[in-house]
Each structure stands twice: as C-alpha cells, then as structure tokens.
Design a protein around this ligand. Structure first.
Ligand SMILES: Nc1nc2c(c(=O)[nH]1)N[C@H]1C(S)=C(S)[C@@H](COP(=O)(O)O)O[C@H]1N2
Ligand SMILES: [Mo]
Length: 531
C-alpha cells in the first residue's frame, strides 16, 4: 500500500464523517439542537465523566470548557473516521460497522437527553446513513479510485532483491489521473456540502431561538420595588467589581452545551410532588402576580478563594414562599427539587424557601427579562445558598420531595446536598504582583455572607495585626458589600490578606479548603511589590 492511497482512504473516512455530522445538524433543525450528535454526545460526556476529570477540564479551559469539549469531540471523531477509512480499504464492512457504532452512540446519547423523544434519533440515523453511503461510494461505488492499488495484484517480492522497484510498480498500478481528479473533485464538493449543511443547520437553529420572544416580553412594574442602592455603595475604584454586576461580566455556569430556548408562550411551571394542591402556572399567570424586586448576590460553589464566579443583580420575580404556601407541602417534604427543561436539577431545603427570605422565581435581571443564558424565561434565585442548590435556570418544575427521596444533579457527583454560602472576602485592588509606589495605597474589595450580612472586614499586611477596613453601605444582608482600607505602603515585597466576619459574629476561617464538596475556605492573599 502506498501512503498516497492511505491518505485517500483516510480522507474518504473523514469526508464520510463530515457528511454525517453536517447532515445530522440539518436534520436537527427539525428535532432540536440537543439531538444533533455532537451536542448530544458532548452532553452525555458532561453528565457522565468523573468529577476530577471535569474539574481538570474546567481548570484547563476555564469558561471555554464547552467549546473545548465540542472541538475535542470533533477532532477525536475525525481521527476515528480516518482510521475507519483506512480499514474500509481492507473490508468495506469494517468501515460500515464503525459508522453503525457511531450512529448508535449518537442516537443513544440523543435519547438520554432530558425530554427526548424517539424523533431525536433522526439526526444520528440520517447522518449515519449518508455517511455510510459516502464511504461506500469512495470504496466500492462510483467515486472509487480506479483502480485502487490494493485491488491490483501485488507483485511477489523478488527474493533477495532490494525492494527498490516496488514503488515504481505500485505507481504503475495506481489510480489514473482522471480517477484521481474525480476523487478530489467529489471530496471537495462533499466537504463543501457537509460544511454548508452544518453551518446552515446551526444558523437555522439559531433563528429558531427565543431572542425575539424575549424582546417582546414586557415586565410589569414590581409591587414591591427594590430599595435604592445607597449612595457610596459603589466606591468606583478602577479594579473593584462594581456593586451591581452588569450582564456582560456576570458569570455563567451551567451544564448546557446549547443554551435552552424556552418559549414563554408555552412555558409552564408545575409545582407538584408531596403537596396537597399541585399547581400549574403559565408565564402570563406568573406576571399577573404581585412581583417583588430585590438585589441578591449569586455565588457559585466552584468559586475559588479570590475568584469571580459571583455577581450581584437586581432580580424581579414572584416570592417562592407564596407559591409554596398555595401548593401546601405535606409533612416530610423537606426538599424542593427545581428541574430545568434540560433535566438539570437542584435541591433546596423547603424550610429555607419558607423562612421569610426573598427567595424568588425570577423573571427579570437588572431591569430586563432574564438573559437567555441566565435562565429565560424563569429561574430561581435564593439569597444565602450557592447556585448549585438553588438557582435553577430555565426552571419548569418544582417537585416537593424529601432529601432522603432524591439526590439532585451535583449530589451523586460528589457535592454536598446542603449548600449555604460561606462567608468570604476578596481583594480586588491592588491586583497580585502589582508594582506600587510607596505611600498611601487604597486596598479594596468585596465581602459576602448572603442573608447573614457582613459585620466586619479586616486587612493584614504580612504578619502584622489585622486592621479594620471601612465598609461601604449596602442594600441588604443579601448582597455583597464593598470595603476599603488605606495602607501606608512601605518599600519591599508585601502580602496583603483579607478576612470577613459575618453578622452572626463568625469570622471567616483561614484554613484552606477546596471548592468540593461545599465551597472553598481560606483567606484571599495578594502579593505586591512596593518600590
Ligand atoms: N438549568 C440549570 N440551572 C443552573 C445550573 C445548571 O447547570 N443548569 N447551574 C447552577 C449553578 S452551579 C450556578 S452557580 C448558577 C449560575 O447562574 P448564572 O449562570 O446565571 O450565573 O446557576 C445554577 N442553575
Ligand atoms: Mo455553581
């Protein structure tokens, strides 16, 4: 075999795979983006890979982890496809068996997605069939190189003679220039068609998104508006996170490879399970209720000490305690399972949702309908709990259950069932490794202990005494607070540390703990050089 024909065969395999993926994307316009094999298999991987590997992926790729996963899957697939192409030269059946296996994987993955129906296997089936057809066409059908060198009789190696002549012989037995041209033309055309189908499919799917429906939503004025942000809540320092986090810098964390597109016209919320009065609400029902607006700081349990998986927004929504009171939970229903349209779940203690705090079924964020990636049309927001146990985006069900009955999404993956936010503080300015001029330096940052409130923030230089920082005013105990401290910086290398004390009097521990299973602890420190 020559390397040229190996390359041809590998290329045939890759083209077959590209046609399969591209045509599947086109069919997925009808069956929904999560049924497209790349996305479906990616989703299955997200749901099943062991937690340490996922942490590694997130650490490696940060917020590009989803793109990295899709690109990685595509590259892996291309590698397998090339191999299948080469194998098909020996036996077309090998290649077809491989394609069948990938088709089955794609179809299976699509069926495992939440809310999947039988039609969701169609993209994989259509893609697999066309991919198989293309492979056949290249190996035995009309696009076959004429003749494939391996079908030519292999000349017996002359015993003892050097193998110098074999290349010439294979050259002579190789495909005619005309057949080669046909192969390359067909390859180009098929690749182009596959690309067009894939990109076109994604584009058409995108057009079926809900941005127009979102733009048409008119949010009613709140019956109970948020208190005004007090003057001075925002110290307006260059590197300091603003008191209210704009949408553009609000962190996004979820398991969704494609952002769920939920039409508010057909959206429903079912409150059911262990309740006396199951309730079903439409989006219009929700907007017709008295809405409250509150500032609440949302934090992710995966936020490292000093990290930025935290943001503060003004949320508009319906108090969950009222809805729960109407549903009337039965005894023992100590967990409210929030379920998203994509099957993701979180488990929130029923008692927390009924203890009087402003736990919301939110429809608005910073004066706009929820951004699609932040849960449009409806999500949960609960002050004082990490997002993974409370902040269900694209929520469509609240099921009253008990913690003994049901483990929500992250619990079997090694995270705690209970997720109260830990008291934390962060230095935003100066940044680590800054070079500063000796003299007065403003050290500032944020501190949070949602629903308990921050009583005190202290800063320490090197091993010196803890010094109390000034706290800026804040809207409520449910949001973070900015703090600042004037430091008379002296030349040399220094380490700044911060710690907060919550309103119950408990001071943030200096003991370092990782984010899993229930939130990082430790003091944020920043090393700077003063010149
Ligand atoms: N449907 C759904 N909701 C979800 C999640 C998810 O994966 N799927 N992740 C949760 C987590 S872990 C956090 S921290 C918050 C983040 O909300 P944000 O992306 O709006 O900042 O959403 C929560 N809600
Ligand atoms: Mo999170």
């Amino acid at each position: 075999m020559t390397s040229t024909t190996s390359r041809h065969a590998a290329l045939a395999g890759v083209i077959a795979a590209a046609v399969a993926i591209g045509s599947a994307e086109l069919v997925a316009v009808l069956t929904g983006p999560r049924s497209a094999p790349l996305v479906a298999v990616g989703g299955l991987v997200v749901d099943t890979v062991p937690e340490p590997l996922k942490q590694f992926g997130i650490a490696l790729f940060g917020s590009y982890d989803k793109i990295a996963l899709l690109v990685g899957t595509a590259l892996l697939l291309a590698g397998f496809a090339a191999l299948l192409g080469v194998l098909s030269r020996r036996h077309l059946a090998y290649g077809l068996a491989g394609i069948t296996a990938f088709t089955a994987l794609g179809a299976f993955a699509a069926l495992t997605r939440a809310g999947a129906d039988l039609a969701d296997v169609l993209p994989a089936l259509a893609g697999g069939s066309l991919g198989g057809l293309v492979l056949w066409a290249f190996v035995q059908g009309p696009l076959e190189l004429d003749p494939w060198p391996w079908s030519a009789p292999t000349p017996p190696a002359a015993s003892g003679a050097p193998d110098a002549g074999s290349a010439d012989r294979e050259q002579a037995a190789g495909p005619s220039p005309e057949s080669r041209r046909r192969f390359l033309t067909a390859s180009g055309l098929l690749l182009g068609a596959a690309g067009a189908a894939g990109i076109g499919g994604r584009w058409l799917t995108g057009r079926r998104g809900v941005s127009a429906a979102r733009a048409a939503v008119v949010l009613p004025a709140p019956a109970s508006p948020a208190s005004a942000v007090p003057i001075g809540a925002d110290l307006n320092l260059p590197q300091l996170a603003s008191y209210v986090t704009p949408r553009s810098s609000f962190y996004r964390i979820d398991t969704a490879l494609v952002v769920p597109q939920v039409d508010p016209a057909t959206w429903q919320l079912r409150i059911h399970g262990r309740v006396r009065n199951p309730i079903t609400l439409s989006f219009a029902d929700l907007l017709a209720r008295p809405l409250v607006e509150r500032y609440v700081t949302l934090a992710c349990v995966s936020n490292e000490v000093g990290g930025d998986l935290i943001g503060n927004a003004r949320w508009l929504g319906v108090p969950l305690r009222d809805l729960l009171a109407e549903a009337d939970p039965l005894a023992g229903a100590d967990q409210v399972v929030g379920r998203s349209v994509d099957g993701w779940t979180c488990g929130t203690p029923t008692a927390v949702l009924r203890d009087g705090r402003d736990a919301l079924l939110a429809v608005g964020m910073n004066g706009e309908p929820l951004p699609v990636e932040h849960g449009f049309p409806v999500r949960m927001v609960v002050p004082g709990l990490y997002g993974y146990v409370s902040a269900c985006k694209w929520v469509t069900e609240l099921e009253l259950a008990s913690f003994a009955d049901f483990d929500a999404y992250w619990v079997p993956r090694g995270w705690s069932a209970q997720g109260p936010v830990k008291t934390q503080s962060r230095i935003d300015t100066p940044r680590r490794r800054s070079r500063l001029v000796a003299g007065e330096v403003v050290v500032a940052g944020v501190a949070w202990a949602q629903h308990r409130g921050i009583r005190r923030v202290e800063v320490r230089v090197d091993e010196g005494p803890w010094r109390e920082a000034d706290l800026a005013p804040t809207v409520s105990v449910d949001t973070w607070v900015q703090w600042s401290w004037r430091w008379d910086a002296t030349p040399g290398e220094h380490t700044l540390a911060v710690r907060a004390t919550d309103a119950t009097g408990e001071t943030q521990t200096g003991r370092s703990a990782p984010v899993a299973p229930d939130g990082a602890t430790g003091w944020h420190t920043v090393r700077v050089t003063v010149g």
